[in-house]
Design a protein around this ligand. Sequence first.
Ligand SMILES: [Cu+2]
Length: 366
Amino acid sequence: MWVAIALLVVVTGSVAFSFLTPWRFGEVASNWGSIDDTVLLTFWVCGVVFVGVGLFLAFSVYKYRYRQESKARYEPENARLELWLTVITSIGVIAMLGPGLFVWDEFIRVPAEASEMEVFGEQWRWRYRLPGADGKLGTTDIRSVSTRNPFGLNDEDPSGLDDVLIESNEIHIPVGVPIKALLRSKDVLHDFFVPEFRVKMDLVPGMVTYFWFTPTKLGEFEILCAEYCGSSHYLMRGKVHVDAPDEYQTWLQSQPTYAETIEAIKLSSQDVAAGRAIAEMNGCLACHSLDGSEVVGPTWQGLWGRSETLIDGSIVTVDEAYVRESIVNPSAKLVDGFAPVMLSYDLPESDMESLIVFLRSTEAQH
Ligand SMILES: [Cu+2]
């Protein structure tokens, strides 16, 4: 009796929770409302089965409870019962999964007018690449990836020179324009996920995966990596800004092309701008700010020459030796108050020198 009541409470409680819960889908900000429909369909099919099974269980537990005089019947086979259970289960599974196949087909059937956007993931950041004036992304080869060419663009391919490189976790896209997202990973499995767009797909090393979407709402939306990809997976976040067309153009004009980044680095290695470009290309600025704000690591504002307290309580002055050690072997001296999440970098000496020129320029002005 009590078991049957407990089962009834579980069933009615679950149903009530599903209808009263404050945790609902947020508004969809893309054309993929149909993804919500498939999720809700799964929810309803599972819900109906759950209620049916739960009630049947409660009923059976009560009806066939132990009684002194009752006797069990021996009935190991029942072909009719098995037949209709199989039919009903099959219908349930088809109803649940069938419509999703049609949505999936649309999800990867990219409209011809879609513009391309490459999403490049690595431990633990995002980068993006947009086709330049020629509307074509240049070809890449993962073997060409270097600190100066983080996307691995083929230098022989002229269509890559005008590609716009976004060395930031944040990307802008214009509202109302269909976009084909091409996903690449430099190292391990990652997963590009924008909950409000209802889009999500793995980045698989060695291949390019894709899907398409049209953003329908202006605003800022969070990008998450939805595949556990190492110790700092939780830091692998980004933002997509959906802009009005003119705002988007303004932003786009301010982003460097591949040809421009090559130029910036060609400047003498004594040039602060070259060092800054190297810091950007290596992703240092994803964790170190230049404006005093604390991102993941200590800010680089006023870095050179300042006194830093380490976790063992000792104090060091930031000079060339300390900076070099912090880059090559970050765990040797950990700054107090920060997580040990920086990876060691093996930079060519010329890049290291440029970086140091740039970091020297951060000395606080008195
Ligand atoms: Cu990841």
